[in-house]
Ligand binder design. Sequence first.
Ligand SMILES: [Zn+2]
Length: 462
Amino acid sequence: MTHTTATSNYPATGDLAPHPTGADNEVLLTGVLIYGEGEPTDVLIRDGVIAEIGADLSGKLSDGGETIDLNGQVLLPGLVDMHVHLREPGREDTETIATGSAAAAQGGFTAVFTMANTAPVMDNPSIAETVWFKGQHTNLCDVHPVGSISKGLRGEELTEFGMMADSDAKVRMFSDDGKCVADPRLMRRAIEYSKGMDVLLAQHCEEPRLTETAVAHEGDTAARLGLSGWPRVAEESIVARDAIMARDYGGRLHICHASTEGTVSLLKWAKEQNIPLSAEVTPHHLLLTDERLETYDGVNRVNPPLREQRDVDALRQALIDGIIDCVATDHAPHGSEEKCCEFDKARPGMLGLETSLALIAQIFVLNGDQDWRFVARVMSERPAEIVKLPGHGRPIAVGEPANLCAVDTNAQWIARGEEMASKSRNTPYEGMDMPVKVTTTLLRGKVTCRDGQAQTSTTAGA
Ligand SMILES: [Zn+2]
């Protein structure tokens, strides 16, 4: 297997000027249902900010302004994903900041946090700044780099949180995701160090001694298929440990990709004690179970692994109850040679950005269980709050930044890896019906997705 080496394909520094503001023009969204509620209304956006909301605002649009007819579509705040892997630098053959940003815009996202397990590892300010500027240069989505907690993800020595937090990238979240900060003494130091800078620590909960060689959830399915098991206790023991650390040492701790019923019980306990601990869950852990492994298709390998129906049920209820705070995709692109191979050789991870909103709508909204306000809460407002991200996850109201997405609830589509904006194809939803579609995304008033297509440099300017 050949890997593309990390070549320097970044634009010259002079090309990296940030684009902090959105369009300076006007956009009128007509006929939207704000949070899916009430009567269709118009939203006028001026200089990247929501200027007016009301019936028939077409007369207020200046010459040269753009009207986007969204007849009856649901308008939500732009989505925020606390957990993606955009693979740059190091694996630009599987995803880049540009292709990942396009996938994000097409999924309705206006801000994503890209994890530190790049090559080289995002453990210093210069890599974080390069990623941040490249995201701003692409200008389809705010791409926030996540700094690693330990140097080189080796779990031995802390990185310089302060230098990354003070850099132009303003790193506000740190994580060794992909690996657990298993050493309790290092985790304690990380918490104590993080408190002075008020940054978030996101833990990938996996006691490594319990998951050596593990490729599938430890249960009947793995036993039958002869796959080595990843027990729930490997996750839950770290969740419990870190909850107790957060209780005694404070800080702001976040649990990545909660996957078990027992983790839900521990989070419930922690929240009842007012311990500062938040948690996310992925769409795949809310939908799929380890029965998918029957085919030995590597596309279903993910970390933590797909679990059982009782875990899925507990995770769904926990998200509804607020015990789990938010949805994060853990968008993890991989090349076909890393997925189309023996199951235990396949790299763990799945695409997620372009299918997540449709799946969350299918699981929670279209059956009448929850409303679109719930989606706004778990996919935009709560993640922005947890990371303390200004300008995103805000109410749809006059004077607020125009970070928005529109969802057509009458547009079904079929998930096809090869049609996705992502550079990789490893979606576990291949061929599945998606019941709603993001048509339009705006980042500070700039249209980043139009008619379901990300506005990359080749498609923009129409
Ligand atoms: Zn992880």
